[in-house]
Design a protein around this ligand. Sequence first.
Ligand SMILES: NC(=O)c1ccc[n+]([C@@H]2O[C@H](COP(=O)([O-])OP(=O)(O)OC[C@H]3O[C@@H](n4cnc5c(N)ncnc54)[C@H](OP(=O)(O)O)[C@@H]3O)[C@@H](O)[C@H]2O)c1
Length: 212
Amino acid sequence: MDVLLLGASGRIGRRIASELLDRGHAVTGVSRSGEVDGIDDADFVAVAGDATQPDQIARLAAGHDAVASALGPSDDESPDRLSTMLEAVVDGMRRASVDRLVWTGGAGILNVGPDTQLIETEDFPEEWKPVASAAIDAYGILDGVDDLRWTYVAPPALIEPGERTGEYRTARGELVATEDGDSHISMEDFAVAFADELETGDAVHTQLAVGY
Ligand SMILES: NC(=O)c1ccc[n+]([C@@H]2O[C@H](COP(=O)([O-])OP(=O)(O)OC[C@H]3O[C@@H](n4cnc5c(N)ncnc54)[C@H](OP(=O)(O)O)[C@@H]3O)[C@@H](O)[C@H]2O)c1
């Protein structure tokens, strides 16, 4: 598969790039600078692009089989930029006639009980709320898109650099947690789940929650 990976220079994006390359896919990795550190593979090319610009997305996406995203606004930007980016990605993909999108979302939207989302729970850290709300707003945009085959891959509550075990569990729209309530995954195993979904297309038009 030829994949355009937005956010390839980010913490999660770099792991997705490595996972896809290890599986033999070709990856065009986008960052604003055009640089992606730490990836050296003949099937990888790093390019410059601004994901808030539909015309740039259209130009970059053309000829690819799918668009993958691990986009996130920088700390010095408003979290609302995420919605601007998603709108530009959808617009650009339509112009480029690329119809498969796998998007890295957030855990805040996931249900933890009947009619309760993780973001609504008492223990949800106040300082995470702006970013979590932005990821929920992004889902709201995707939910109205029916002409692209999109998947919103949602991490568990905690996702950190770690080991690739190849093990993970999924759920549709519900937080994945262990029996003792621990909800986490390594970024490496998140990348495995992300790549599996990109390859299979099993969870189109839904929230695919992943975790251990
Ligand atoms: N538990 C959770 O719910 C949870 C936990 C962690 C992360 N996440 C979400 O997962 C996503 C990725 O997280 P991360 O930690 O990997 O983020 P990160 O390290 O900050 O990476 C963000 C990426 O987005 C790119 N980017 C930002 N603005 C851009 C623009 N205008 N044009 C092109 N590229 C742009 C950055 O590229 P350059 O800056 O190099 O241009 C970078 O590659 C985020 O949406 C984050 O909110 C969710």
